[in-house]
Design a protein around this ligand. Structure first.
Ligand code: PMT
Length: 400
């Protein structure tokens, strides 16, 4: 699995004949599992159209600094925050000079100023421009600032000259970008994740469920893939698109989730139960829609569902088993009790009394308890939290 898998790469394209290779570069980056968005300088658009790069990247191409529509959707600060890597290819002599000076006179240079992500450039220019003292001084300065310089290659150039200044081939640039990220901490591991709610049928049109959106579980699946794991996602009904690289099993009820989980867990190294599983289901699932009766009340008898995560933790050769605890009070006591009772290796305690974290929100804040550890993860996006959780699990599991 590539270290770029699941990474968000902002590809900057500046003006130069090598801009046509950006189309191929998008493909090579996508092959690694990265998501690509493109920012073009005005000069770049003379060499290749935004439409071409939009069609290939599958995302709108950003060209204007002061475009009210773009700013409302994804402006320069959002783009700068979105990126896990800003890769400028081709990087012209002019762009390199502006980057060195910290100018913010177009969208691409501004994003570079605003981003906290690593920046890499693939220079492309005439050999004399590359050898010019000013360009070389700029490159030294960027090197000192830990900006990665990929290439350039040497050879015959579009202008007829021969020498250094050719942009590296797209495949070489994608490989160089991979080296910026460490190999996955879960490479070679299989991780099974349960996500979302379950639905317990009352009759063909009614069910008992809860407010889980699946966002937490899907974020964990993405973080596990990013860490190099083979990921199996067992999901209840959600509106989300599962990560492309996950092997996904869609289930509806707790009984179906139980069956899929035990089937998959026996071959896994890690099992993470983030699903909000219904503890009970109706004793009867009526074949036909229940009719309204004259009575003012109605009772539905409920029977207990099997405890999925406890069943996995009871397997003879159990995977490293992580549960979640959704609590509205006594967070620590209840979570630690579940850790012991269910024989878990870790439990992620989630305060679900707040509406801004937990169920159906984009953010979360948790405390993680193990038999001998407590880790607090302060409020952050579920994506960031998932990465921290996966890092912690990777430190805990025995390496092969
Ligand atoms: O999906 P989101 O909208 O992003 O919300 C995320 C979340 C709040 C659902 C998630 O962060 C969370 O807390 N999930 C656990 C919800 C839950 O059911 O907690 P619990 O305390 O009732 O269950 C404890 C553990 O036992 C959980 O790991 C649960 O998956 C598991 N369980 C529960 C019952 C059951 N029959 N089988 C189980 O495996």
């Amino acid at each position: 699995m590539s270290s770029l898998c699941n990474k968000q790469v902002l590809l900057g394209v500046s003006g130069g004949i090598a801009a046509y290779k950006s189309a191929e570069l998008i493909r090579r980056l996508q092959d690694t599992g990265a998501t690509v968005r493109v920012v073009m300088t005005p000069a770049a658009q003379h060499f290749i159209t935004p439409l071409t790069l939009q069609a290939l990247s599958g995302n709108p191409v950003h060209t204007e600094m002061l475009d009210p529509e773009a700013e409302a959707a994804m402006g320069h600060i959002e783009l700068a925050r979105w990126a896990d890597l800003v890769l400028v290819a081709p990087a012209s002599a002019d762009f390199i000079a502006r980057l060195t000076q910290g100018q913010g006179n177009d969208l691409l240079s501004t994003v570079c100023l605003a981003t906290a992500a690593p920046i890499a450039i693939a220079p492309a220019m005439n050999q004399a421009m590359w050898s010019a003292a000013s360009t070389q001084a700029n490159i030294s300065s960027l090197n000192e600032r830990n900006i990665s310089i990929f290439g350039p290659a040497s050879g015959s150039q579009a202008c007829g000259d021969v020498g250094p200044g050719r942009m590296l081939e797209p495949e070489e640039i994608a490989s160089a970008a991979e080296t910026l990220f460490s190999p996955g901490t879960l490479a070679g591991k299989t991780v099974v994740i349960t996500a979302g709610p379950t639905r317990e049928a009352i009759d063909p049109v009614r069910y008992i469920s809860n407010q889980s959106s699946g966002k937490m579980g899907y974020a964990i699946a993405e973080a596990a893939i990013e860490a190099g794991a083979r990921c199996i996602l067992i999901t209840g009904p959600t509106c989300l698109t599962p990560p492309e690289k996950a092997q996904t099993f869609k289930v509806t009820s707790a009984l179906e989730m139980h069956e899929a989980s035990l089937r998959e867990a026996v071959h896994s190294d890690i099992f993470i139960a983030s699903a909000a599983v219904a503890d009970f289901r109706p004793a009867q699932n009526a074949d036909q829609k229940l009719k309204k009766t004259a009575s003012d009340t109605m009772s539905i008898e409920l029977v207990k569902n099997p405890d999925i995560v406890a069943a996995v933790a009871a397997l003879e050769d159990k995977p490293y088993t992580v549960g979640f605890a959704a609590e509205t009070q006594n967070l620590e006591n209840y979570a630690k009790d579940k850790l012991r009772r269910k024989n878990l290796d870790l439990i992620v305690a989630n305060d679900v009394s707040r509406s801004d974290i937990g169920f159906n929100s984009d953010n979360n804040a948790v405390t993680i308890f193990g038999p001998e550890r407590t880790n607090v993860i302060a409020e952050c996006s579920k994506r960031q939290l998932a990465r921290q959780l996966i890092d912690l699990i990777a430190q805990e599991i025995p390496s092969e």
